[in-house]
Design a protein around this ligand. Structure first.
Ligand SMILES: Nc1ncnc2c1ncn2[C@@H]1O[C@H](COP(=O)(O)OP(=O)(O)OP(=O)(O)O)[C@@H](O)[C@H]1O
Ligand SMILES: [Mg+2]
Length: 323
């Protein structure tokens, strides 16, 4: 596997390469075409392309040397508004002479972490340097940004990535990295990442690092430190059908190959049992057994033996229901 983080490696360099957010991207492209820019306010959840799109815009606008025309500050890192004002002053007072564009871009990440007072100070700074500098404020929520700033900015609301776009993107990274990713794995990534493409990419990379032959849902869940609901369901079904040895085999895979903690498995089994369509009486009985096992485990009992006892109980339940 090649070094470095894939989320960085595959970060789109230009607006053309971005996925999803198409309405936002086309508005941003118009700014590039006009070589003009209002102040911007980007809001939305993590990993949806806020930072990426302002960097891509800058590159499209200034060319490969774009780094000299853009300054990134993180509002929560920089100590106080005075530090910010000083940095902004130094950056903004020199016009961007070398470029055909008359302004530079100042990116203020986590702008919604600024106090009200700091935001008012920032607003004055924005006014002073408005000729030579455009501000791109980034945050999770726009409501936390004071009205006087909001009214000076064009607001762009980033949404979590759609299922189709996220899956397509992840599939293409897997292909480029030579990872064999099967559909179940992709679904598990999508469900865990919830529209956050950074998280999805990191998950794929972590899964690939396990060196399994293929990335399926089990690998994803084990990377997440969680039990795959699919596997647990299979375990329960096998147990109920009286396939004791099969059920134990699945149990062993979870405990030994996947290295999952017994209490995580128990928690998962519990919630799956509650969903089973079996008589109420058996749900009570099985959760009793689970409670007992959970207790014994805290007392140092061996997980495998304890969970096998549960499987035996499932088999009994299954038998009785067949009668
Ligand atoms: N719309 C997108 N198109 C292509 N790649 C994306 C997109 N959104 C996110 N990514 C990928 O996810 C990574 C993180 O995206 P980015 O840094 O833009 O997130 P963000 O919205 O700024 O999130 P945060 O609020 O956590 O800073 C990028 O490096 C890139 O690999
Ligand atoms: Mg960001």
């Amino acid at each position: 596997m090649s070094g470095g983080m894939w989320a960085e490696k595959y970060r789109p360099q230009t607006l053309d390469d971005m996925v999803n957010q198409s309405e936002i991207i086309s508005r941003l492209k118009n700014f590039v075409k006009d070589r003009n820019l209002p102040h911007l306010l980007f809001v939305g959840p993590a990993g949806v392309g806020k930072t990426t799109s302002i960097l891509a815009l800058a590159r499209d606008l200034y060319g490969p040397a774009y780094r000299s025309y853009i300054l990134e500050l993180n509002a929560s890192d920089e100590r106080g508004i005075n530090v910010i004002r000083e940095k902004v002053k130094n950056f903004a007072r020199t016009a961007s002479i070398a470029s055909q564009v008359s302004f530079k871009i100042l990116v203020m990440d986590e702008a919604d972490s600024l106090t009200n007072a700091a935001q008012h100070a920032l607003r004055r700074t924005m006014e002073i340097y408005t000729r030579t500098c455009r501000f791109c404020l980034i945050g999770k929520y726009s409501e936390i940004i004071i009205d006087p700033i909001q009214s000076r900015c064009s607001i762009f609301r980033f949404a979590p990535l759609s299922e189709r776009d996220m899956k397509g993107w992840i599939r293409s990274i897997a292909k480029k990295e030579g990872v064999s990713l099967i559909e179940e794995g992709l679904v598990a990534i999508y469900e865990a990442a919830q529209g956050d493409l950074r998280k999805a990419t990191n998950l794929l990379q972590a899964a690939a690092a396990t060196q399994k032959d293929e990335v399926d849902d089990i690998v994803i869940y084990s990377v997440l430190g969680r039990v795959s609901p699919g596997k647990v369901r299979e375990l329960l079904n096998m147990g109920l059908k009286g396939e004791f040895m099969e059920a134990r085999k699945i149990l062993r895979t979870l405990l030994i190959d996947e290295g999952l903690a017994a209490d995580d498995i128990i928690r998962m089994i519990y919630s799956e049992i509650m969903r089973l369509s079996i008589p109420e009486r058996w749900k009570v009985k099985l959760s009793d057994t689970l409670g007992e096992i959970d207790y014994r485990l805290t007392q140092g009992a061996r997980p495998e033996i304890q969970l096998s006892a549960l499987v035996a109980n499932l088999a009994l339940a299954g038998e009785e229901m067949d009668r």
